[in-house]
Ligand binder design. Structure first.
Ligand SMILES: NC(=O)c1ccc[n+]([C@@H]2O[C@H](COP(=O)([O-])OP(=O)(O)OC[C@H]3O[C@@H](n4cnc5c(N)ncnc54)[C@H](OP(=O)(O)O)[C@@H]3O)[C@@H](O)[C@H]2O)c1
Length: 264
C-alpha cells in the first residue's frame, strides 16, 4: 500500500533564482521550440539541454542536444548516460504530448482524431496516446532519477492539459487524450510525493499551457472563441513566468497557464 506521508517538502526557497541548467524535452514541437527560444532569451548564461526525436542542433556553445524518442524504453538509459556528462539541470520541462495524428507525420499506423463517443474508441489510439502522453514523461523521469541529489533544488514541469482533469470534465469526448492526460497527472502527483522525500527543495507540477496555435490544436481551431488561441511565443512566455513563480504550495499540483490550480 502507498505510504500516505506529507506531500510538502521542507521549506522551499523561492523559484526566482535563475536556473544554471535547463533540460527541455519535446523541444521540436510548437510550444517546445517557442520555449527553447524564450529560455535562451531569458537565461542567456544557462546551459540548455534539449531532447527531441529530431536532430535539433549539434553541441555548440551552451546548447547541447540528444536525439531520442522518449516513448521508447531504451531512451531511459540513453538519457541517464547523456545527462551524466552534463551539469545537473535545475529545471526540467517536458513538452511531449499528442492529441491526434492526422497530418503531422507521426509514423505509428492509422490516423487518429479525438473520439466524440465511446464507439469511436480503439485500443490502438488509446495505447498510442498513453505512449506519447505518459511514457515520454515516465521515461524522462526514470532517466533523470539516478542523478537527483538531496541538496540540489529541482523544478519539474510536465506539460499536461486541463481536459485531463477528471473533476473539470463536463463535456466528455476526447477519450484517449483525456484518459492519457489524467494518467500523466497521476504520474506527476506520484513523482511529487517520491521526490519530495529525496530532494530537500523540489517543485514538481503539471501545467496546462492554454490553447496554443501549434500542429496539435490546428485541426480544432475553428470553434475557439476570439482571443483564446494563443501564439506559441505567448504561451512560452507564460510557461517561464509560471515556472519562475512556483511557490511551495504549488508542489504536486496541476496548474493553469496563469499559475492558478486546476482540480485534478
Ligand atoms: N497546443 C495546445 O493547444 C495545447 C493545449 C493543451 C495542452 N497542450 C500540451 O502541450 C504539449 C506541447 O504541445 P504542442 O502544442 O507543442 O504540440 P506539438 O507541436 O504537436 O508538439 C508535440 C510534442 O510532443 C512530442 N511527441 C509527439 N509525438 C511523439 C511521439 N510519438 N513520441 C515522442 N514524442 C512525441 C514531440 O516531440 P519531438 O520534439 O520529439 O518531436 C513534440 O515536441 C503537449 O503535451 C500537449 O498535450 C497543448
Amino acid at each position: 500500500m502507498p505510504n500516505h506521508t506529507s506531500l510538502t517538502p521542507n521549506s522551499l526557497p523561492p523559484n526566482s533564482l535563475a536556473p544554471n541548467t535547463i533540460l527541455l524535452a519535446g523541444a521540436s514541437g510548437g510550444i517546445g521550440s517557442a520555449l527553447l527560444g524564450e529560455l535562451e532569451k531569458e537565461y542567456p548564461q544557462a546551459t540548455i539541454l534539449t531532447i527531441s526525436r529530431r536532430d535539433l542542433a549539434t553541441d555548440t556553445g551552451n546548447h547541447s542536444h540528444l536525439t531520442a524518442s522518449l516513448a521508447d524504453p531504451k531512451s531511459v538509459g540513453k538519457v541517464t548516460e547523456w545527462l551524466r556528462q552534463k551539469p545537473l539541470p535545475n529545471w526540467v520541462i517536458n513538452c511531449c504530448g499528442t492529441l491526434h495524428w492526422l497530418s503531422h507525420g507521426q509514423s505509428h499506423g492509422k490516423s487518429h482524431a479525438p473520439e466524440k463517443s465511446l464507439g469511436q474508441c480503439t485500443d490502438d489510439a488509446l495505447l498510442q496516446s498513453v505512449a506519447t502522453n505518459v511514457l515520454t514523461h515516465l521515461h524522462l523521469a526514470q532517466g533523470f532519477a539516478p542523478l537527483i541529489q538531496r541538496r540540489e533544488p529541482l523544478t519539474w514541469v510536465s506539460l499536461s492539459a486541463e481536459v485531463g482533469s477528471i473533476e473539470d470534465n463536463r463535456l466528455g469526448g476526447w477519450y484517449s487524450y483525456r484518459m492519457s492526460k489524467a494518467a500523466l497527472n497521476m504520474l506527476v502527483r506520484n513523482l511529487a510525493i517520491e521526490w519530495a522525500r529525496k530532494v530537500d527543495h523540489c517543485r514538481v507540477v503539471a501545467v496546462h499551457p492554454g490553447t496554443t496555435d501549434t500542429p496539435l490544436s490546428q485541426p480544432f481551431q475553428e470553434n475557439i472563441p476570439a482571443g483564446k488561441l494563443y501564439s506559441p511565443a505567448q504561451t512560452a512566455g507564460r510557461m517561464v513566468s509560471v515556472i519562475r513563480g512556483l511557490r511551495e504550495e504549488d508542489h504536486g499540483k496541476l496548474l493553469f497557464w496563469d499559475g492558478t490550480p486546476i482540480p485534478w
